[in-house]
Design a protein around this ligand. Sequence first.
Ligand SMILES: CCCC/C=C/CC(=O)SCCNC(=O)CCNC(=O)[C@H](O)C(C)(C)COP(=O)(O)OP(=O)(O)OC[C@H]1O[C@@H](n2cnc3c(N)ncnc32)[C@H](O)[C@@H]1OP(=O)(O)O
Length: 389
Amino acid sequence: ARLAYSAEQISVPVCSSLQVPALQLHVSKTAMRASQKDFESALSQVKLLKDPGNEVKLKLYALYKQATEGPCNTPKPGVFDLINKAKWDAWNALGSLPKETARQNYVDLVSGLSSSSDSSSQVKPEADRKQPGYETLVVTSEDSITKIMMNRPAKKNAMTTQMYNEIMLALKAASKDDSAITVLTGNGDYYSSGNDLSNFTDIPPEGIEEKAKSGAILLRDFVDCFIDFPKPLIAVVNGPAVGISVTILGLFDTVYASNRATFHTPFSHLGQSPEGCSSYTFPKIMGPAKAAEMLIFGKKLTAAEACAQGLVTEVFPDSTFQKEVWTRLKAYSKLPPNAMRISKQVIRNREKEKLHAINAEESRVLQERWLSDECTNAVMNFLTRKAKL
Ligand SMILES: CCCC/C=C/CC(=O)SCCNC(=O)CCNC(=O)[C@H](O)C(C)(C)COP(=O)(O)OP(=O)(O)OC[C@H]1O[C@@H](n2cnc3c(N)ncnc32)[C@H](O)[C@@H]1OP(=O)(O)O
């Protein structure tokens, strides 16, 4: 019955009944002087508030009636007269609360609503809402959404070692914050061009084997964070996506893409092999033949193709992408957070152990690939391509 009330259905009777001349208030003289002015000002203030929701409106209605007429004195409406019954119930629940107390409670409630609506209407610029401590990301939390935005637009959001570490930190923080959903997206024209190939040039004194080993540990830890992430995780793919930024999409709950986005995993071209659990999630999502074309032959998919194959949830025109996606996400973020988390667990939990084992195996294989001539030559080709031009 509660869900059947629209804000409009409730607000008309509640607000119209608030428009009662102050002289009709029967209160004691001392209390009148002290709080009638406050009460009257609360009555005016309430009309300026943003819709506070049906529950609060019922409270306001009940306190108003109690303050002006005393305890509930009308017959109980019939069971099918849902709105009037809810209003009657709210008023009747106040029992014999004195009029003065009801009036004071009304004033306090309106004052609380005014201050909270004042602070929520002050929209701070993104720079002020930005969480500190990240150099390669912009992390913000609002409207129950934590947004993790990769922020190396000049490098097409290529993922450096620092960015992998910061994404892990941001995901761990988001898993514990009070947001309902978490979003990964990219700043600029790319979602991400995948692993930053210059990661391969930073060889420690212990040698290339050590580099491959630490890379495999980093990769495994990074992908584990996605496997274990407890809340709904949404990718907002604002542009082309390459390599690991594509493969981990199989671990997201929802993937929204601009029609400018493409999906490309050129592992063989780079002498490498699949990661991000894609060797398991891609065949499961799109069937083994389509998965092989992407993961072995590096076929680049358009957003529409990726959607047809189940990797992408929905594609939006680039011109309205941000507006449409964020409107939808804001609506989703208002759903009960525990229910969403539990639904995600029910959907994902039985696969977790398997995914961790697959991640470990893919990381082990890649560690060897990174030491191969095929990989070294491909990376050198990319890093020296401009010099050759
Ligand atoms: C430890 C975990 C390891 C996990 C392993 C994951 C595997 C993968 O992710 S494989 C995929 C690796 N990525 C690529 O192969 C993409 C390489 N980049 C490109 O092919 C092109 O840059 C592009 C097609 C993405 C964009 O081409 P476009 O001509 O439009 O722009 P550029 O001038 O090339 O790029 C601008 C700028 O950004 C640099 N850059 C872009 N992507 C990368 C990258 N992945 N690694 C390093 N640097 C990248 C590019 O060099 C340019 O830099 P400069 O302006 O300084 O020249």
